[in-house]
Design a protein around this ligand. Structure first.
Ligand SMILES: C[S@@+](CC[C@H](N)C(=O)[O-])C[C@H]1O[C@@H](n2cnc3c(N)ncnc32)[C@H](O)[C@@H]1O
Length: 248
């Protein structure tokens, strides 16, 4: 594969998770970010563990098809590994990450990877959508929206989640997170995230979910969302929720 000249947050996360699908430019950016913030591996391990618990909880409701936005690198406990019986369509907008994902999943008949701009569901290839998320719009599915809200302004995020609500069938579930104000205490690291990066309080984030209703677990630090043991002792950099589409 041709080496990218720009780092990607998704591939930096792969580096922090101990994966093998990143490039020197990603490692350099990851190390620079850690210099400004502190160790990231435990924080992103905790976020990936939340993904696993949330996806398993959705699968336990009988959902067997997942649509993943801003998917990043599809390894290290990502959706098809957390729900091995399900079919999964991973989507992203970054061409290098998409090619990487397609190479990783080349041997899979249950998981695929394609282009998809979360803010415009019409950008997803309908053939891929129907192959990997069969019954989209007619049967409950899991929508995974992790690591993405931070890059969308409030209006775009609220509109996007509302459009997804309308498009998904009743009973569908949304797994979502957002960045807390943790980086406010680390201005150099915050500057590295770029001008589009948004931090939010739980009070500000809740209304953006619109018609999606969080489960009784609420919107909480990801380490405290149905922990399977003592919650990891990491900074509360991310809050998360699983929210359900009702019948309206
Ligand atoms: C911080 S990474 C998160 C990756 C992965 N979800 C995870 O948690 O490891 C954010 C990802 O969102 C992608 N992205 C940014 N804007 C997007 C958009 N409008 N639609 C879909 N993906 C987007 C980026 O290319 C990047 O891969």
């Amino acid at each position: 594969m041709v080496e990218p000249d720009q780092p990607s947050t998704a591939r930096m996360i792969d580096f922090w998770l101990g994966g093998h699908h990143h490039f020197p430019v990603d490692v350099e950016a990851a190390r620079a970010f850690e210099g400004a913030y502190g160790p990231c591996a435990p924080v992103f391990r905790a976020l990936r563990a939340f993904l696993g618990r949330a996806v398993r909880a959705v699968a336990e409701r009988g959902v067997d098809g997942f649509l993943v936005f801003g998917a990043g690198v599809p390894t290290m406990g990502n959706v098809h590994e957390a729900a091995p019986e399900a079919t999964v369509l991973y989507t992203d907008v970054d061409p290098v990450t998409i090619r990487l994902g397609q190479r990783i999943l080349a041997g899979s008949d249950r998981a695929g990877y394609g282009y998809g701009d979360a803010t415009d569901i019409g950008t997803i290839d309908p053939a891929q959508l129907h192959r990997f998320v069969p019954g989209w719009g007619r049967r409950p599915v899991g929508v995974v929206f992790l690591g993405l809200a931070a890059f969308l302004d409030d209006d775009t995020l609220a509109r996007t989640l509302d459009e997804l609500y309308t498009a998904a069938a009743p009973g569908s579930c949304l797994a979502i997170d957002f960045d807390t104000e943790e980086l406010a205490g680390h201005p150099e690291a915050l500057a590295m995230m770029g001008p589009a990066f948004r931090m939010r309080s739980p009070e500000a984030f809740g209304p953006l979910l619109g018609r999606w209703t969080p489960t009784d677990d609420g919107i909480v630090p990801v380490t405290r969302w149905r922990p399977e043991g003592p919650p990891e002792q990491v900074p509360d950099a991310f809050h998360g929720a699983v929210a359900v589409r009702g019948d309206d």
